[in-house]
Ligand binder design. Sequence first.
Ligand SMILES: [Zn+2]
Length: 406
Amino acid sequence: MDNNPIVNNSDMNEAHRAQLLKIIHQKELQNEICSRAELAKMTGLTQASITKIVASLIESGIVLETGIIKGSGNRRAIGLKLNSEKNCVIGVKFSRYMYTVGMFDISGKFYEQTEVEFDITDDPIIVLKDIKKLIREYLDKNENVVAIGMAVPGPYLKNEGHIAVVSHMKSWHDVNFLKEFENEFDKPFFIEQDANAGAMAEWWFGNHKKPMNTLAYFLMGEGVGSGIVENEKLLFGKQGAASEVGHISIDYRGPRCECGNYGCLELYCSTRVMLARAKEALPSIFTDKKHKRIDDYDVIFEAARKGDGAILDIMKEMAQYIAYGCVTLINAYNPDIIVIGDVISKAGDILLPQIKRIVEERTIPELFSQVDIMMSELSVDPTLYGAAAIATDRVLGKPSEYLTAK
Ligand SMILES: [Zn+2]
């Protein structure tokens, strides 16, 4: 047992500060403002303790008083909210063909983003330099940035700092993201696997039915992965690579995957595969050579909407594979909700009814009846949003370390 009373006291205070900040944050996400009396009721702490802790949070510039609100029992109370404008976070999404840097504040408000496409064969050293340059430009624009969060493709080994397998990006295997970024800026820098980041964004900003126990985020883009949040906490496993649904085999006699397994889901339904198949089946629709990759996906979805038979066949198969992934997620995690995000979320009208039908056929009815399957409806890419959400989560968890008065 730790018998140093000073350490214990300050740890206790820090835990309480973090607890109050998270409650205020959650309330704000639900468009509610809370008072000191409500905080006392929700935490079980005395009014006197709450008053003291809130005073320290106001003094540090993290919390603001908003004026009089209607408190419990219709009594008037002073509302509290996060001083969001003065506490911003930068989110960075790194994917197989593009990186995006975005500005948010700790209440989740989105300000702006910049997307840059790169070539998969480009030298990682040059791409990393460009990413750092763009982050620095964002830092120069806003003096209120308190932290930076970055999302990278999984399976990402958290403690070692590198991605275990990046399909079709072998040159990136040796890049140590922690070494590259952790001490590069004078701000705390947090790195998370992309589907985990998306899962956090959906949990916090997805406007899903609450209370919710388990959310599964199914990332369906150039990579295929999933992130699981259970009661506000991400599921990591030992090395941070839990719930890699993209590397679950759907055909043990299938082609060899870079991970070592055979017939991994990702080999059949990543959007890379979809794009390659569409280009082969119907090259005539990809007329604009200057198209960004992201626009090529829109071309495919438009062709499907117009009823092009060859593209519809490809989409039908995509729906099947995505449904198999959903069935696996249901059997593995019994989630309240599966949110399908990334590139594929733009094709919900084409894919979702088929996905649901197949999942229903292949899932235990009692489980199927309790799970919602939907496409992400966030206006910002969940992975980018999630990178910012991860940074926010970490700084709110240790306010004295990361959010001291500037
Ligand atoms: Zn694999």
